[in-house]
Design a protein around this ligand. Structure first.
Ligand SMILES: *Cc1c(COP(=O)(O)O)cnc(C)c1O
Length: 356
């Protein structure tokens, strides 16, 4: 059945070994982030038998699938108050910034007779989650309240960068996190076990040997899956960018002009498209659409194919320049960037095939 996502488990394993070696060589523990492929169970088996330290996801549903795992489970997205009970059941650690939620987690953990660990998130300027780093009073008063809770352990601090504000982790901003950690340890005479210095966008600092001392954990999704660091978009040496590929089938192939005829309004998604006049071209329609992929983050392996556009269930390609004489029923292969991988594993219309 098509469309299907082909997962090359050997390449996944290679990327996992490489990223583990890279992160651990910097003195950090590694959390592998599984949300980019919706917690696929075959990939999970590889994680389970690896040297990684933690398995992390933004969705509790994925962590729940890993019931019985030997690794510690981490919830990345700030918990909803309404899911506090699930969080303490299925996650050992969660990332937090709101005292109300932390108190709810404490109550839920007490009911389960558990100690739930948290990382307190500090916002170093990316403006997604965390207490703003300049508000030290808020940081300290929050810590003070957390330390009163019997079923919560303040396990450490974390920061997330390059997600909303596209701020790049550097030695100077990550050092602020380390310093805040030291101040907390001193002021309250406690030990913070984890200072988690970000995601795949922090990896460039390892290669440059600029990761500040004191950062002792990284949370890695994209680099593991697609082989690139995400601060500057560079491929990492020895990694594969095609551990995941997409295959879809041609359902129409016709020569037509490249500019629509008649007055144009907006497309199926409310955008006003711009059409380049390429003359008469060979147009292939393949049976996959925006429900299954992000057309802007999909890359034909036949580099002479151009993606012209997409609607919910159709992707339109210009195959005029290709050396291959495509026919209806032929399969077209693509590499995927992050948002396409995310959608392809989320869509229930995309089959999966595993290459061993
Ligand atoms: C998604 C996410 C990550 C992983 O990011 P990558 O860029 O895929 O490595 C790490 N931390 C948090 C909080 C996340 O939400």
């Amino acid at each position: 059945m098509y469309p299907r996502l082909v997962i090359d488990l050997n390449k996944v394993k290679n990327n996992l070994n490489k990223i583990t070696e890279m992160v651990k060589s910097s003195g950090c523990s590694i959390m592998i982030v599984t949300k980019g492929y919706s917690g696929d169970e075959e990939v999970h088996k590889i994680l389970e038998n690896s040297d990684i330290d933690y398995i992390a996801d933004s969705r509790i549903q994925n962590l729940k699938k890993y019931e019985g795992t030997k690794k510690e489970r981490v919830l990345l997205r700030l918990p909803m108050n309404s899911e506090a009970e699930e969080v303490v059941k299925y996650a050992d650690i969660s990332l937090n910034s709101e005292l109300t939620t932390i108190r709810n987690l404490n109550r839920a953990a007490a009911k389960e007779n558990k100690i739930h660990k948290i990382l307190l998130m500090i916002d170093l300027g990316d403006l997604r989650e965390g207490i703003f780093f300049k508000n030290e009073d808020e940081i300290f008063s929050t810590v003070e309240e957390i330390l009163k809770l019997k079923n919560i352990q303040l396990f450490g601090l974390g920061v997330n960068l390059t997600c909303y504000g596209a701020v790049i982790p550097q030695n100077d901003n990550l050092s602020i996190l380390v310093d805040i950690g030291k101040k907390i340890e001193k002021k309250y005479n406690i030990k913070l076990h984890m200072i988690s210095g970000g995601n795949s966008s922090s990896l460039h600092l390892i290669n440059k040997k600029e990761l500040p001392e004191g950062i002792n954990n990284l949370r890695i999704g994209e680099a593991f899956l697609l082989g690139g660091e995400t601060a500057y978009g560079e491929m990492l040496e020895g990694f594969y960018d095609d551990a995941f590929t997409l295959e879809a089938e041609i359902i129409e192939l016709k020569e037509k002009q490249s500019v629509p005829i008649g007055e144009t309004g907006v497309d199926a998604f409310g955008n006003k498209p711009v059409y380049e006049d390429r003359g008469i071209i060979k147009r292939a329609i393949i049976a996959v659409g925006r429900q299954d992929v992000d057309p802007d983050n999909l890359h034909p392996i036949d580099s002479k194919i151009d993606i012209l556009g997409a609607s919910s269930d159709h992707l339109i390609l210009d195959v005029t320049k290709s050396d291959k004489d495509y026919k209806v029923g032929d399969i077209v292969n693509f590499k995927l960037s992050y948002s396409s991988l995310l959608r392809a594993t989320t869509s229930s219309y995309v089959e999966r095939e595993y290459k061993i």
